[in-house]
Design a protein around this ligand. Structure first.
Ligand code: NDP
Length: 333
């Protein structure tokens, strides 16, 4: 069976040559409590870039997958069950589930009931990225009807859900993305305004188009973009620090500087809070159910960028970090 491992230390933007497929032989005779699964859908996500910095060379790349149980010696995961597992970049896995599915997103959990939506959604809108958007927005930004919400990396897996949930909650939503096609898609999704951050002057764009000021900022990127957003925030504004993709290719072990606007944060009484989505583990299925229902009700649209085959994982990962994806990037095994 195959797994993608780290071949060398990644410097800057990853390259396909940083990874190598290793084949391995697994003993198909399972011990008590074990399951053997085969991946059907795999995911690549920006967090893997930083995770790779901390892995010894030769380690399997981390990540989630939707897999089918092929053999089982675990009563709660019989043969044929579909699971969402954090098994890493591998096609076949032998695993011993330890935590009952009801207790939230353990290392493996049963496929949530998606009421007929595609299984791959369990890695996107009805999984980790969807819950990141849902809980990060509702719990940290706490938007009120009429608030202006700014979303960066707005055409990605998390951002596209943040903006649409913002609309459902009655916000005035302004999204930023890196191509004109993505901007057009955001407008189709119902964003009130959308801009290509690569081709507009950010200071001018905020001043002209966010005249009422920004109440909520869902930050996926950090860096200069965040600096300009903070400058235009209203008194009592709330910022959810979700991601900082502008610096993921930096060497975090050394000091690095980003532009920042302390004055506005202080004088405008702004609350800025970082979070990891697993903080909301206890409510995991509530988030998924709400997002699923909004999709079924036609209030939330979903797009995926699908790459074909297990072999394509490194390239798909590079694509996410360089903005080739619209919506959730997934891999069909
Ligand atoms: P996306 O699907 O949004 O893909 C990443 C996107 O980031 C790209 O498509 C690209 O779009 C954009 N991007 C890349 N480089 C830059 C840059 N230098 N400046 C601005 N935008 C850039 O990924 P996710 O939705 O999975 O993740 C979005 C963010 O949320 C990430 O920062 C991720 O780490 C974070 N995250 C945090 C979690 C948490 O628990 N805190 C959980 C999950 C995700 P474009 O063409 O618009 O540039």
């Amino acid at each position: 069976w195959r797994k993608w491992t780290l071949k060398q230390k990644i410097q800057g933007m990853p390259k396909v040559e940083d990874f190598v497929i290793v084949t391995e032989t697994l003993n198909p005779t399972l011990s008590d409590g074990e399951i053997l699964t085969k991946a059907e859908w795999l995911t690549v996500d920006p967090y893997m870039r930083n995770a790779a910095n901390h892995l010894p060379i030769g380690s399997i790349m981390p990540g989630g997958q939707v897999a089918r149980v092929i053999k089982s010696r675990h009563p709660q995961f019989p043969e044929g069950t579909k699971v969402v597992g954090n098994f890493g970049w591998r096609d076949v896995t032998i695993f011993k589930p330890g935590t009952p599915a009801e207790q939230g997103p353990a290392t493996v959990y049963k496929m949530p009931n998606l009421r007929g939506l595609p299984d791959s959604y369990a890695l996107g809108v009805c999984g980790m990225p969807g819950n990141t958007a849902y809980f990060g927005l509702t719990k940290l930004c706490q938007p009120k009807e009429g608030d202006t919400l700014v979303v960066s990396a707005a055409a990605g897996a998390v951002g596209s859900v943040v903006g649409q949930v913002g609309k459902i909650l009655g916000c005035n939503v302004i999204g930023f993305a890196g191509t004109d096609d993505k901007v057009a898609w955001l407008k189709k999704l119902g964003f009130d305004q959308a801009y290509n951050y690569k081709s507009v002057d950010l200071a001018e764009t905020f001043q002209k188009n966010a005249k009422q000021g920004i109440d909520c900022y869902f930050d996926n990127v950090g860096g200069e973009f965040t600096y300009h957003t903070i400058r235009n925030m209203n008194n009592g504004g709330r910022i959810a620090l979700c991601g900082a993709i502008t610096i993921y290719n930096e060497d975090f072990s050394k000091p690095y500087l980003v532009p920042f606007d302390y004055a506005t944060l202080i004088y405008k009484n702004i609350k800025m809070e970082g979070f990891m989505v697993l903080r909301f583990a206890k409510e995991w299925y509530d988030g998924i159910s709400q997002l699923r229902d909004w999709i079924i009700e036609g209030k939330l649209q979903v797009q995926e960028t699908v790459s074909e085959g297990f072999e394509s994982m490194p390239q798909a990962f590079i694509d996410v970090l360089s903005g080739k994806n619209t919506g959730k990037q997934i891999i069909k095994a």
